[in-house]
Design a protein around this ligand. Structure first.
Ligand SMILES: NC(=O)c1ccc[n+]([C@@H]2O[C@H](COP(=O)([O-])OP(=O)(O)OC[C@H]3O[C@@H](n4cnc5c(N)ncnc54)[C@H](OP(=O)(O)O)[C@@H]3O)[C@@H](O)[C@H]2O)c1
Length: 236
């Protein structure tokens, strides 16, 4: 195993924290971004808001200082939902979700690519969602932001694939975090009935897929969408 310099956005809780912990446990050098700048127990953190390019730049610079070199693996995990029916969705709610989930991931990939191109090595991993390709009622903004990550990863793959850089998408289904705790109980029941595995997943089950995509063994996988959804969407 080659120990890599890893930056995970939104690493203070939920899936991001679990990814960071799994990466650190595997021996990688890990820094997370948090909006507060506070570090979760056992992890190093830098302050970063993905909706602000200057903040992303500063977070990478601070992370590179802590890591002692360029970020080799970036996990664009930070994300939000602002659900609402199409006819009632405000411009502000649409824009906020796309700005965080899609443009925020783009800002991180763009900043990461500078060091990765020099190093001729990079792993860009976008945390999408089953909803990106499957769709979800009341989630036009979220679904559009998450499917956009597929185009982002595939275009990066075509642009930078010859420089040792891969860009992939992990599409989790329903994972037990603060985000799914907000889903109404009747909707949670409906989803569980539709999931072949019959249950929601835990954050470490998503982290395992990310860990693999970051590994040397995954060098020939790029532009892929890896569902971690118990069979709910199966990539559709
Ligand atoms: N949970 C699921 O079932 C599920 C399923 C599919 C995909 N996902 C995706 O997985 C990712 C993580 O989800 P989660 O369930 O772990 O969510 P979560 O518990 O709500 O955590 C979201 C994380 O993103 C951070 N964040 C939000 N806006 C940010 C911004 N502008 N700049 C920087 N950080 C920001 C949050 O920081 P604060 O603590 O400061 O708010 C938090 O660390 C998201 O992209 C989500 O869409 C989740």
């Amino acid at each position: 195993m080659t120990a890599r310099n890893v930056l995970v956005t939104g690493g203070n809780r939920g899936i991001g924290k679990s990814i960071a912990e799994a990466m650190a446990a595997a021996g990688h050098n890990v820094v997370v971004t948090t909006r507060s700048g506070d570090a979760p127990e056992g992890l190093r953190a830098v302050r970063g808001d993905v909706t602000d390019s200057a903040s992303v730049d500063a977070a990478f610079a601070a992370a590179e200082e802590l890591l002692g070199g360029p970020v080799e693996v970036v996990v664009a995990n930070a994300g939000i939902t602002k659900d609402g029916l199409l006819m009632r969705m405000s411009d502000a709610d649409f824009d906020a979700v796309v700005d965080t989930n899609l443009a925020g991931s783009f800002r991180c990939a763009r900043r990461a690519s500078v060091g990765m191109i020099k190093k001729r090595f990079g792993r860009i991993i976008f945390i999408s969602s089953v909803v990106g390709l499957y769709g979800g009622p009341g989630q036009t903004n979220y679904s559009a932001s998450k499917s956009g990550l597929v185009g982002l990863a595939r275009s990066i793959t075509r642009e930078l694939g010859g420089r040792g850089i891969t860009a992939n998408v992990v599409a989790p289904g329903f994972i037990e975090t603060d985000m799914t705790a907000e889903v109404p109980e009747d909707r949670q029941k409906e989803y569980k009935a539709a999931i072949p595995a019959g249950r929601f997943a835990t954050p470490p089950e998503v982290a395992a897929a990310v860990l693999f995509l970051a590994s040397d063994e995954a060098a020939y996988i790029s532009g892929a969408v890896i569902p971690v959804d118990g069979g709910l969407g199966m990539g559709h």
